[in-house]
Ligand binder design. Structure first.
Ligand code: AMP
Length: 399
C-alpha cells in the first residue's frame, strides 16, 4: 500500500501539522508516568516537525475516560514528560477543540508544540464521528499518523480526520513498524519462527490460522498451551483451558501437520496450587500435572527446547509471555525465552504489551531487532488484516 511519510513533504515551515501520537502511558497512583517508551517512540517525528518549522499539534488518548472529561486521564503528565525529553516547552491545551484551543493554535509560532487534551474525553472519538474529526482538525494543513498502536481502530483521530485534512502522511514510528513487519511477514528470511504465549487462545486463533500459511515453526507457551495440551489428550489439572476451543486447537495442530509447520508445545511446566505469587510450586512433565494444580510457567526442559527451535532461525516473531511473569516464581520461562530470542542470529520482532514489558524486565530490550508499540494492532497485522488507520494513509484513495 503506497504511503507517504513526513520526510517526503517539501515544506513544513509555518504549517499547522497535526500529529496523532500514542501517549497512552501507564501512570502510578500519584499520576506519575511509570513507563515513557511510547512518548520516546514518537520523538523522531515530533523533532523532525519542530526542526522543519512546523506548528506542531499533538493528539492522543490516555486510559479509558469513556467519552467524558476526567482530570485523572489528562494528557498533562505526558506533555510534561515530552517537554523534558524534547528540551523545549510543550503547551498543554485545556481541551481538544473549541475557542480556547483555536486561540492557542493561532498564537503558535514556527517550531511551537501544543498537546491537545485526551481525545477520548468525547464520545465522537471512538464513534469515528466526522464532525468531531473536523473539530479536531481545526484548520490543520497536514495530518501525520504516528500512532501504530491505535491504527487497528477506526477512531476519529485515526480515520475520519484523514478525510478533512488536505495532506495525509505517516510518521517515522509508523515507518519502522511497517518496515519491520514487512521484513518479518512479507519477505521473511527463513526459517521464520513465531512464538505465541499469553493467557488466552481465543484472541489468537485467527492469528494462528494465518500463521500456518507463513511460518516454518510455531512455538506455543503461556496459558494458551494448556488448551492445546488438553486437545492432545493430556490432563492438565486446574490449568487455564478454553474448553469450547478444544476442537479448534486440534484443527490448528492438524493444519500445522498438513502444511509441514513444526508445532512445539511445552514438555514440562511449573505447577502451583493457587494463582498466587507465594503458592507452593514445583516442576513436572506435562504428562504428570496433578489434579487441582495449575501450570503457570513453562519448565526448564521446555525453555531449552524452545531455545533450540531458534538455533537456525533467521526471523523470529514473539507475542505473549510464557508464564505469569509478573510473579517472580513464574517468570523464569519467559526470561529464558527472552534470552534465547535476544541471542538468536535472526531478525527478532517483539509484539507489544506484556511481551515488551517482559523483554525489558529480562534486560534484553537492547538486543532484539525491534519492539513493536502495538499489541492489538500487531496481532491484527499478523492476522493479515489491513488496519483502518493504515488504509486511511493510502495515497491512492481519493479523499
Ligand atoms: P494475553 O493478554 O492473552 O497476551 O495474556 C497475557 C497474560 O498471560 C500475562 O499477564 C500473563 O500473566 C498471563 N499468563 C501467561 N501464562 C499463563 C498461565 N500459564 N496461566 C495463566 N495466565 C498466564
Amino acid at each position: 500500500m503506497p504511503i507517504r511519510y513526513i520526510d517526503q513533504l517539501s515544506d513544513l515551515k509555518d504549517k499547522k501539522v497535526f500529529i496523532r501520537v500514542d501517549f497512552n502511558v501507564p501512570l502510578d497512583a500519584k499520576g506519575d508516568i511509570t513507563e515513557d517508551t511510547r512518548i520516546k517512540g514518537a520523538l523522531p517525528t515530533i523533532r523532525y516537525a519542530v526542526e522543519h518549522g512546523a506548528k506542531v499539534i499533538l493528539a492522543s488518548h490516555l486510559g479509558r475516560p469513556k467519552g467524558e472529561k476526567n482530570p485523572k486521564y489528562s494528557m498533562a503528565p505526558a506533555s510534561k514528560r515530552l517537554s523534558e525529553l524534547l528540551g523545549k516547552k510543550v503547551r498543554q491545551a485545556t481541551d481538544c477543540f473549541g475557542d480556547d484551543v483555536t486561540r492557542d493554535i493561532n498564537a503558535m509560532k514556527s517550531g511551537d508544540v501544543l498537546m491537545l487534551e485526551n481525545v477520548r474525553f468525547y464520545p465522537g472519538e471512538e464513534k469515528n464521528d466526522p464532525q468531531f474529526a473536523a473539530q479536531l482538525a481545526n484548520g490543520c494543513q497536514v495530518y501525520v499518523n504516528d500512532a501504530f498502536a491505535v491504527s487497528h481502530r477506526a477512531h476519529a483521530s485515526v480515520e475520519a480526520i484523514t478525510k478533512v485534512v488536505p495532506t495525509i502522511v505517516a510518521g517515522f514510528l509508523m515507518r519502522n513498524e511497517m518496515t519491520f513487519f514487512d521484513k518479518a511477514m512479507q519477505n521473511p528470511v527463513r526459517p521464520l519462527v513465531a512464538i505465541l504465549g499469553g493467557a488466552k487462545v481465543s484472541g489468537k486463533l485467527q492469528v494462528l490460522e494465518k500463521l500456518m500459511n507463513k511460518v516454518d515453526k510455531v512455538v506455543i507457551g503461556g496459558g494458551m498451551a494448556f488448551t492445546f495440551l488438553k486437545a492432545m489428550g493430556y490432563s492438565v489439572g486446574a490449568s487455564k483451558v478454553e474448553d469450547e476451543l478444544l476442537p479448534t486447537a486440534k484443527k490448528i495442530m492438524d493444519k500445522a501437520k498438513r502444511k509441514g509447520v513444526m508445532f512445539y508445545l511445552p514438555v514440562d511446566c511449573v505447577v502451583a496450587n493457587a494463582f498466587e505469587a507465594t503458592a507452593t510450586n514445583f516442576v513436572t512433565t506435562v504428562q504428570e500435572i496433578p489434579q487441582g494444580w495449575m501450570g503457570l510457567d513453562i519448565g526448564p526442559a521446555s525453555a531449552t527446547l524452545f531455545a533450540e527451535t531458534l538455533r537456525d532461525a533467521k526471523t523470529v516473531i514473539w507475542n505473549g509471555p510464557m508464564g505469569v511473569f509478573e510473579m517472580d516464581a513464574f517468570a523464569r520461562g519467559t526470561f529464558a525465552v527472552a534470552e534465547a530470542v535476544a541471542s538468536a542470529f535472526a531478525t527478532t520482532i517483539i509484539g507489544g504489551g506484556d511481551t515488551d514489558a517482559a523483554v525489558r524486565k529480562a534486560g534484553v530490550d537492547n538486543k532484539v531487532s525491534y519492539i513493536s508499540t502495538g499489541g492489538g494492532a500487531f496481532l491484527e497485522l499478523l492476522e493479515g488484516k489491513i488496519l483502518p488507520g493504515v488504509k486511511a494513509l493510502d495515497i491512492k484513495v481519493k479523499k
